[in-house]
Ligand binder design. Sequence first.
Ligand code: AMP
Length: 303
Amino acid sequence: MSVLVVGSLALDSIETPFGSAKDALGGSAVYIAAAASYFVNPVRLVGVVGGDFPSNGLAFLEERKIDVEGLQVIAEGKTFRWSGRYHYDLNERDSLSTDLNVFEKFDPLIPEGYRKSSFVCLGNIDPVLQRRVLDQMEKPRVVICDTMNYWIERKKKELQDTLRFIKILILNDSEARLLSREPNLIRAGRVIRSMGPSVVIIKKGEHGALMMTDTLTFSAPAYPMENIFDPTGAGDSFAGGFTGWLARSDDLSEPNLKRAVIYGSALASFCVEKFGVEGLRDLTYLQIQDRYREFRELSRFED
Ligand code: AMP
């Protein structure tokens, strides 16, 4: 099944207690597409960059066989930039700056050949742009969406308009609390489902993920890791692995949604082992399967 990914392509400046990077390749669409590319090929990407986007960024997308027909390059513009600092507790991060640059005037034009894509993953960008993407699609089978505190704080009403058209929303615990105004995550999930999505997945960093539907609450562990190098992109890698598996299997049953959560968690665990997108550069399908099995063993117990 075909997968369309729309989101940010970024130059990230990141500080963690273990090191720092300036203008590293990042952005929600880059992480999502790279993670999904281990399950389906080619993943279609729509986004925008400026003339300063480095050629090794394009080379990375090419290596992962990502279709960039929908990538707009604004030669005189500047690429989106984000900078963030992680605390000693890597679940805590501060966004230091967000420079929308070419995203300020971005009009996501979906190429004709992408409009019938079955699986659409709307990465973290302005919810108005997410909605504009959906207006151009021809009856996608599933729309999966991610968002961030930045947009919940600034464009909550627009986000709620977009959510009416979303089947699966993926967000982290603090974002879920912010969007629902509900401290308890089970209740937050219910409030968010009343906004549109029938499946809500709340990521809890190193504490795993919680998937909720009307009939299901599924709690997935996180992979116990001794060496987390850089958590940037973990959420997007989760969304990419989740979407990629669903598209590859083309099965939306509850047992398969659970498998997709585990594949998402597996891709997120690979992502954080290295800086920036490096953890997603050259995995093998076998490595992913092995980690999937390790996840299964993590919380299996006998009667
Ligand atoms: P994650 O760690 O999965 O939450 O995603 C981190 C990525 O999101 C980084 O590579 C950033 O470039 C990107 N990002 C940060 N803030 C925004 C924003 N406001 N809009 C779009 N993308 C963003």
